[in-house]
Unconditional design. Structure first.
Length: 170
């Protein structure tokens, strides 16, 4: 059976038993920095690095210690996964202008915007038909602003798609 890893998973739970969950706080299967995880024994990779630096709502991105300490994770994990050559999907907030300024539209992966989220993947896929509920963050409790069901629905579909199409050899 194919095995996947979900990097920086926070509290996400997908519909598959063959996924190992990693998070920085150490409360999941694997703790520590997502960039230090050895990915060679996994067949597909999912990553949702912290969005604090990239969020358009974060007016303190340059002064927030957490934003500064984690802003390297998004570009570095995308580069690492492109080089790895295994199926991957990375999710973060939508911030086209900042992503363009920082060069996050990279060769070797497709970039998709859906709802409040941006997805990078080396798999060409259409998931724009997947409904996104309540995109207005002003109406969402702060504890629920991590993407929740919207991100889980897209990532679950992505996993189903790579299994259905046997996309493990890229």
């Amino acid at each position: 059976m194919k095995k996947g890893i979900y990097l920086a998973s926070h509290n996400a739970i997908l519909n598959y038993d063959n996924i190992i969950y990693q998070d920085i706080n150490g409360t999941r299967d694997i703790g520590g920095c997502m960039l230090d995880v050895d990915l060679k024994n996994y067949d597909f990779i999912i990553a949702t690095p912290p969005c604090n630096y990239y969020s358009r709502a974060n007016y303190r991105r340059e002064t927030s210690l957490y934003s500064q300490k984690t802003k390297h994770l998004l570009p570095n994990i995308i580069d690492k996964l492109i080089d790895l050559g295994k199926p991957f999907i990375v999710e973060n907030v939508r911030n086209f202008n900042l992503f363009k300024k920082l060069g996050l539209f990279k060769k070797g992966c497709f970039v998709y915007f859906h709802g409040r989220h941006t997805y990078w993947s080396n798999i060409m896929i259409d998931f724009t038909f997947i409904p996104q509920k309540n995109d207005n963050v002003q109406n969402i409790a702060q504890a629920d602003r991590q993407g929740g069901d919207n991100v889980n629905n897209v990532i679950n579909y992505w996993v189903e798609y790579i299994f259905a199409n046997n996309l493990f050899e890229i």
